[in-house]
Design a protein around this ligand. Sequence first.
Ligand SMILES: Cc1cc2nc3c(=O)[nH]c(=O)nc-3n(C[C@H](O)[C@H](O)[C@H](O)COP(=O)(O)OP(=O)(O)OC[C@H]3O[C@@H](n4cnc5c(N)ncnc54)[C@H](O)[C@@H]3O)c2cc1C
Length: 176
Amino acid sequence: MLDDAKFRTLHDGFAGELIGLDDERYESARRVWNGMVDRRPALIARCAGEDDVVAALRFARESGMPVAVRGGGHNVTGNAVCDAGVVIDLSGLKAIAVDPDRARATVQPGVLLGELDRATQVFGLATPTGNVSMTGVAGLTLGGGLGWIARKHGPACDNLMSARVVTADGTRVTAG
Ligand SMILES: Cc1cc2nc3c(=O)[nH]c(=O)nc-3n(C[C@H](O)[C@H](O)[C@H](O)COP(=O)(O)OP(=O)(O)OC[C@H]3O[C@@H](n4cnc5c(N)ncnc54)[C@H](O)[C@@H]3O)c2cc1C
């Protein structure tokens, strides 16, 4: 059960979408790549930016609820969803910026491998990711990330320059 007052505070300042059990989008929003995963979160917070992440995290912490973070939703174990908790859904955050002069790409946490490849190939560039284009850049990189050009350029994680991180207590830091 969501606490009404806490939910109202979250709702009023939230720029993205909040999907609860009675929302018609709930069933599709809780699904992940592995169809055997059948978890029922109390709330799915589709974040529109960093402020939403901090707010959703605060709500979960103050409500004593578990948290799951969703990137591309491809992890086989279904870590991107949890039972009776809050899913911080980052899959809608799709911005990509490529700086060809510095050979740097900056991606938001919902970007998939194929989307990154399309953006870098315009400039004749590529970065190590994985083999399947629908996997999420964030989750893959957190796990190391082995793909087509890893033997020449290493795993994805070795090519990560920096990351914007929201810590469990809601602090924002730039790592790297
Ligand atoms: C069909 C398929 C093919 C694959 N091919 C490859 C491959 O070629 N090479 C390879 O290395 N791996 C491969 N994988 C494994 C894949 O890299 C992992 O499953 C990875 O965790 C998927 O990341 P995701 O963002 O899509 O998944 P998610 O399930 O959304 O996230 C995975 C994990 O990372 C966490 N996470 C995601 N985003 C964030 C974030 N922004 N902040 C904090 N935590 C976050 C999630 O909470 C979860 O624990 C493959 C998986 C599948 C299903």
